[in-house]
Design a protein around this ligand. Structure first.
Ligand code: UD1
Length: 344
């Protein structure tokens, strides 16, 4: 029998790409998602790509009884990948309690249920946001955790601590924390991708919406940072590459390969790109000219951060493979597909 993985937030951007890669690797998946920031059509998309329809339960991870029923119904859940979370930095400043409740209680519910249902491990979606502005670049996993700039960032830090404390207390679970850098792009089939709600806050969806004419101009937030061209630097990681890191993490948990009960890995390319370099790469790889202007800095932005992914490369045996050009072309194809489908 194939091993079953519970993917919370499995119809979201990173979740959906991960379900595809899990199914391609032979895992059986049940998705739990409340569809607060995604659509049930994504399940059709996953089936179209893989030929397999994942099980889907529309449910909020805050609903402890509902979650318990899922564990009871699918008796063979071996591991969890926990994506379900609120993730808009700005909104988290406006609605801190909503962010703390959604992001902390969901994880607590899962951790409480895991031992009872013999779920061996959990892969948690963490973020490079836990490093704040690192003192040393590229940043390694043992860089100090800096005070979070937003409630959203704080939920990532606290959730990491909740997992460490739970394991320390003797809970028989395994955990892998994946600290993502900036996930971008879409599946090469353009059947699934990122679906921003309202005006996108993140760079790539705003950029592709500008390129297709939904937005008039992309604002580049600041060109007076202490970087070679003055704009901020990030490590943009292809979403399919990122999804594959989750499959490797699940293999590692289920095959008893972990060196410690909780392990943490940076998931990035190891290459920093500035906002202006990214715009140039987009124009060169798609042939589309982008209308943009330099504006003031955005409050709370980190100046520059990129990963040292050596640990993931050497210990997990995972490496980012897709070029930035292919990644940006995939984001552009996805935007064009949304237009063809009359969605955006
Ligand atoms: C932020 C969070 C990250 C979170 C992610 C998801 C921090 C430090 N980082 O990433 O943890 O996972 O959001 O929402 O809290 N930019 C523009 N114009 C735009 C949009 C963005 O110039 O219209 C620039 C930003 O200034 C930044 C870069 O593009 O330099 C990337 O921004 P964005 O895509 O929003 O991601 P982060 O802020 O890096």
């Amino acid at each position: 029998m194939k091993e079953r993985i519970l993917v919370t937030g499995g119809t979201g951007f990173i979740g959906s790409h991960t379900v595809v890669e899990l199914q391609n690797s032979g895992y059986e998946v049940v998705i739990v998602d409340n569809l607060s920031n995604s659509s049930a059509d994504v399940v059709d998309g996953i089936e179209k790509i893989t030929g397999i329809r994942p099980d889907f339960e529309q449910l909020d991870c805050l609903d402890f009884e509902g979650l318990e029923k899922v564990f009871a119904k699918y008796g063979n859940i071996k591991s969890i990948i926990h994506f379900a979370a609120s993730k808009a930095v700005g909104e988290s400043v406006q609605k801190p309690l909503m962010y703390y409740r959604n992001n902390l209680v969901s994880l607590i519910n899962l951790l409480e249920l895991m031992p009872k249902y013999n779920v061996k491990g959990i892969v948690f979606s963490s973020s490079c946001t836990v490093y704040g502005q690192p003192d040393v670049l590229p940043v390694t996993e043992d860089a100090p955790i800096k005070k979070a700039e937003s409630p959203y960032g704080n939920t990532k830090q606290i959730n990491e601590e909740i997992i460490y404390d739970t394991v320390k207390s003797g809970s028989p679970i395994q955990a892998i924390l994946l600290r993502y850098f900036n996930p971008i792009g879409a599946h090469p089939t353009a059947i699934i991708g990122e679906m921003p709600n309202g005006v996108p806050q993140n760079l790539i969806p705003f950029l592709t919406q500008t390129a297709i004419g939904i937005r008039e101009k992309l604002s580049v937030f600041g060109d007076d940072y202490n970087t070679p061209d003055g704009s901020c630097i990030r490590d943009y990681i292809n979403v399919v590459d990122l999804a594959k890191a989750h499959v490797v993490a699940i293999d590692r948990i289920l095959q008893d390969k972990q060196n410690e009960q909780v392990e943490v890995f940076n998931i990035g390319t190891g290459r920093g790109l500035s906002v202006l370099e990214l715009i140039q790469a987009f124009e060169e790889s798609t042939g589309v000219k982008l209308n943009y202007q330099i504006v003031g800095r955005r409050a709370g932005d980190i100046e520059q951060v990129w990963a040292n992914p050596d640990k993931a490369n050497n210990v997990l045996g995972w490496k980012a493979e897709t070029s930035i050009e292919d990644t940006l072309r995939s984001a552009w194809r996805w935007q064009q597909k949304l237009r063809e489908d009359g969605i955006q």
